[in-house]
Design a protein around this ligand. Structure first.
Ligand code: GLU
Length: 506
């Protein structure tokens, strides 16, 4: 039997990176085993439906290079792949469950359920629920005549259809990551499976679709583990084979305590969504990894390692290498701590191996935005000089703007620390020595500067730092003489004269 897995998000808002990781693990597992990866949209809860969320899911997967074999867009033999288009299927199946005595109609109003809860609480029940203890005392098809049930339905009364959880049984969930998880049915309530508006709840729709779509492995987030025993009982009630489960560990806050949330991202200044998301109700934009400057290869690589541990020490993986190395039995049970510095490190590694032309394109855009015309040769040279210093492609501007704009001001801290009486004169003399050099090259400039420092018994750091301050405006950048060679003679001379004038006049 060939492997078939699915990613089944609900379009209730932007996909959190935890959801993207679930999609990724499903995809890697499918590709590794030569199986199929299905994208199913679980949109039965219309009250939680958010406009644009489905498109966000599709766009995210496509950005990450996670391509479904079957989906709303691609079609497939087991469609439709949007649950709201499968309503008739769920209705047929719930009818079967009622027929076999595994489900029943319930007419209790919210007030009556509340009353039942309060009654149980006063009797000392800690977590009252609609289960075998109470179902015999409630308004449902177990306590009413068949005639009354059909009269109520005929009169258009609101109802729900509940699962009849068997009494006194132990349900076993086989989970690749967690082993055997056993739960006694006394802990389960008679969950609602269907509502009189014709809509199934998540549990029914999910199980029916996994069966009809021939899903072999259910790989999903840990938050669904408590639902798994009910799902096992549903498979049994229908008389179907049960898929293998794999409940993935949570992605934890950077501090390690609790699930990573949007609030953590806002608090610590990093994205928790793959792409920018504009809330259609408030218009508020939440940052995405893509727009924050992460390249998709780095994002996917980083996510893959949040919970899965490869056999080797290797950290950098292409998608093909991930497919090759991935296995569910190397996914840990414990939550995986989100580490922003590690995410940045991955991005930096990918930027290092990116072809210069790609970075040149980004930088050309930056220059255009700032209305700075520049020769392609110069742009390329500058990108080569600073590329190892950047974490994001968008950092190029911060790290290289001074090649195209003389400094407007000079870092006050550096002035205070390095600029001594007489520094200005020394800088002007160094500049004069440079002017006579046959070649304005980094090596000749460096030699000439060292000669001057030695002849005048000066402090190397002091002179070099002040020269850098004069040409860059701050204590940053690649090799000083590479910068000066790139700026050229005229520009360098101007900058040194200006710096001495501005700083010494202060
Ligand atoms: N629709 C559920 C969700 O939003 C799917 C859970 C599952 O994979 O079974 O995550």
């Amino acid at each position: 039997m060939s492997v078939r897995v699915r990613f089944a998000p609900s379009p209730t808002g932007p996909l959190h990176i935890g959801g993207v990781r679930t999609a990724l693990y499903n995809y890697l597992f499918a590709r590794k085993s030569g199986g199929s990866f299905i994208l199913r949209i679980e949109d039965t809860d219309q009250s939680r439906y958010v406009k644009g969320a489905e498109q966000y899911i599709t766009e995210t997967l496509s950005w990450c290079g996670i391509s479904p074999d079957e989906s709303v867009g691609r079609g497939g033999d087991y469609g439709p792949y949007r649950q709201s288009e499968r309503k008739h299927i769920y209705r047929n199946h719930i009818t079967k469950l009622i027929g076999s005595g595994n489900a029943y109609y319930a007419f209790d109003t919210p007030a009556e359920i509340e009353e039942m809860r309060n009654r149980l609480i006063t009797k000392g029940v800690a977590t009252p629920q609609y289960d075998f203890h109470v179902r015999e005392n409630m308004k449902n098809s177990l306590t009413m005549s068949a005639k009354e049930v059909s009269q109520r339905i005929g009169a258009g009364e609101h109802y729900v259809i509940r699962m009849l959880i068997p009494e006194n049984e132990v349900v076993t969930v086989h989970d690749i990551i967690r082993g055997e998880v056993k739960v006694h049915t006394s802990h389960l309530d008679d969950k609602v499976l269907f509502k009189s508006d014709g809509m199934p709840t998540y549990h029914l729709a999910n199980i029916v679709d996994d069966h009809l779509m021939k899903i072999t492995h259910v790989i999903r987030g840990e938050e669904w583990l408590p639902s798994a025993p009910l799902h096992v009982l549903l498979y049994k009630a229908f008389g179907w084979d049960i898929p293998v489960f794999a409940h993935l560990p949570l992605i934890l806050k950077p501090e390690g305590n609790g699930k990573l949330s949007k609030r953590d991202g806002d608090r610590l200044g990093f994205p928790v969504f793959p792409l920018d998301w504009k809330d259609p109700a408030t218009g508020k934009v939440s940052a995405g990894f893509r727009e924050s400057g992460y390249c998709k290869e780095a994002f996917v690589n980083f996510l893959a390692l949040l919970g899965w541990h490869p056999e080797s020490e290797q950290e950098l993986f292409t998608m093909d290498e991930l497919i090759e190395a991935f296995s569910l039995d190397r996914v840990g049970k414990a939550g995986a701590r989100f580490d922003l510095e590690k995410a940045k490190w991955f991005n930096q590694q990918y930027l290092k191996s990116m072809p210069t032309e790609q970075l040149v394109e980004v930088f050309e855009e930056n220059l255009k935005e700032h209305n700075i015309p520049a020769e392609p040769e110069l742009i390329k040279r500058v990108v080569e000089l600073v590329r190892d210093r950047i974490v994001f492609a968008v950092d190029l501007w911060d790290h290289a703007h001074y090649f195209f704009q003389p400094p407007d001001d000079y870092d006050a801290k550096v002035i205070k620390k390095r600029w001594k009486p007489g520094t200005g004169d020394h800088l002007l003399l160094v500049k004069t020595a440079w002017e006579t050099l046959p070649q304005f090259s980094a090596s000749a400039l460096k030699q000439s500067t060292i000669d001057y420092i030695e002849k005048n018994m000066l402090h190397t750091g002091q002179v070099m730092n002040c020269l850098r301050l004069a040409v860059v405006g701050a204590a940053k950048g690649p090799d000083l003489f590479d910068i000066i060679e790139t700026l050229g003679k005229e520009e360098t001379i101007q900058r040194i004269k200006k710096a001495v004038l501005v700083i010494e006049e202060k």
